[in-house]
Design a protein. Structure first.
Length: 92
């Protein structure tokens, strides 16, 4: 686990690939004032935070989109005609 007291730990190649948006937000907010970073590096953290938030927004829309696009298939699975065994006959 990275040492939270060391601002350099986790900022490089050893950073966890699934960094949370909340953690990235904290780094972005604190990067300018608390860490010994050049402005362009702090700006990079702000860019990462924005990209993560955009990805989260798109991901949140995927569940409803998937369900809408596959509405008929899902309905047959959740409420099969004449029972599950009969419905399997159409799975070709």
């Amino acid at each position: 686990m990275p040492d939270q007291r060391n601002p350099h730990t986790g900022f490089g190649a050893d950073a966890h690939p699934a960094a949370s948006s909340a953690g990235q937000a904290a780094r972005a907010e604190r990067a300018d004032s608390e860490f010994p970073l050049e402005k362009e590096v702090a700006d990079g953290f702000n860019d990462i935070f924005g990209a993560l938030n955009s990805a989260v927004a798109v991901a949140e829309d995927m569940g409803p989109l998937f369900r809408q696009a596959h509405e008929h298939d899902i309905a047959r699975h959740e409420d099969p005609r004449n029972g599950p065994e009969a419905e399997k006959g159409w799975n070709v």
